[in-house]
Design a protein around this ligand. Structure first.
Ligand code: SF4
Length: 390
């Protein structure tokens, strides 16, 4: 599998908890930014050696990709199709924010080739949305989801957040029930992280807001695990649930399986078989670099500010750390051996002994042989498992 990630670092306003690479008030750079993305896509199509030309997944992430005109998204998808080739059933996802998504845009996105929408609802309680500094209210979120369905989207994912200051277990349950009533195909549930430098972090530090306790946050997570499985969802990754295997997020599975992807845009990262590249986070510098590409730079990553080559052992550690997040399939011993020439137990004998003894993981039989997967206890204490492979 090979994926392309396009970073769209524009937002109407910064949410109070956000530490992503994104900017408000820089919309005037959008046309130049789209041209720069096209340049980077074309440049890498010529220069990437040893990677499949065909792209299995495309992901427009941000920021707020739904701020872009539908025509721009279509131009970028056409560029990927002509420069790389798109697999027949390629997943093309776009992150959208309620408040920027109407029926006209959803129809345009579908026509452009986008076949999966990931909608950042975060909460169906307006008080939570105000506290988080979101640009939309709950009814706009519901309208966006209806618009996407009416336009013909058959794969809709909703993002929800738990552990929001002031949120109760009953409030969280009501959020999940409202989400389920809208019949999403996929749900991503994230615990609110208070990141230093954000307004929410400062509000909690100053005592203006009370953070949710770790115990309550854990109860919210367990409640989601039980309720969603009861409603027929498959819990296939620590933070992700789908209405069956066909709706698992294929692009994100490339990350969790530690496979290759190219990231383009300001703030994008690439992972190309052991080579890690981080692009500049500055929109202006990115546009400037892309408008000044000349032949001498061919083969380089013109917008990179950091490149790192990983040694084989670090690659194996990362493959375990990321792959163990996949709660349904875990890490296949056969795939690991085919890729690295050693079985998991040969590379990590002590680590395996410890987590098996603590019943945090188990071997489960799949058609291609045993897979190492988290137990329920391991899901709840996931970090202790991942840390074994750091
Ligand atoms: S919409 Fe998303 S990327 Fe933009 S500021 Fe809010 S959380 Fe950050």
């Amino acid at each position: 599998m090979f994926g392309i990630y396009l970073h769209i670092p524009f937002c109407l306003r910064r949410c109070k908890y956000c530490d992503f690479i994104t900017y408000a008030g820089k919309e005037k750079f959008m046309p130049g930014y789209i041209a720069a993305l096209m340049t980077e896509l074309r440049h890498q199509a010529k220069n990437l050696q040893g990677f499949p030309r065909q792209v299995d997944t495309v992901f427009f992430g941000g920021g707020t990709p739904s701020l872009m005109k539908g025509g721009w998204i279509e131009t970028l998808i056409d560029c990927i199709r002509s420069e790389y080739g798109l697999a027949k059933h390629a997943e093309i996802s776009l992150e959208a924010n309620p408040g920027t998504l109407d029926q006209k845009l959803t129809a345009k996105l579908l026509k452009a080739g986008v076949n999966r929408l990931s909608i950042g609802v975060q909460s169906f309680a307006d008080c939570d949305l105000v506290l988080l500094g979101r640009i939309h209210n709950s009814s706009q979120a519901v309208e966006s989801i209806h618009s996407a369905r009416q336009a013909g989207f058959k794969n809709i994912s909703l993002d929800l957040m738990f552990g929001i200051p002031g949120q109760s277990l009953a409030g969280w349950k009501s959020n999940l029930q409202q989400a389920l009533a809208l019949q999403p195909d996929h749900l991503s549930l994230y615990s609110l992280i208070l990141e230093p430098g954000t307004q929410l972090f400062d509000d909690v530090q100053s005592g203006k807001l009370q953070p949710v306790s770790e115990d309550l946050s854990a109860d919210m997570y367990e409640l989601a695990m039980d309720l969603l499985v009861e409603k027929g969802f498959s819990h296939y990754e620590i933070s992700n649930w789908s209405r069956g295997k066909d709706y698992e997020a294929q692009h994100n599975k490339i990350y969790w399986k530690n496979q290759a992807y190219l990231g383009v845009g300001a703030g994008a990262h690439s992972s190309l078989n052991g080579l890690r590249i981080a692009n500049t986070s500055s929109i202006e510098y990115y546009i400037n670099r892309m408008s000044n590409i000349h032949s001498a730079e061919k083969g380089n990553f013109p917008a990179a500010v950091e490149t790192l080559t990983l040694d084989p052992y670090t690659m194996q550690q990362e493959t375990m750390m990321l792959g163990m997040r996949l709660t349904r399939e875990g890490v296949s011993d056969q795939e690991f051996t085919d890729r690295f020439g050693n079985r998991i137990v040969d590379v990590f004998p002590k680590e395996l002994e410890r987590i098996l003894a603590r019943k945090l993981v188990q071997w489960r039989t799949f058609p291609d042989g045993p897979h190492l997967v988290l137990t329920r206890g391991g899901i709840l204490l996931g970090n202790q498992v991942f840390q074994e492979f750091v």
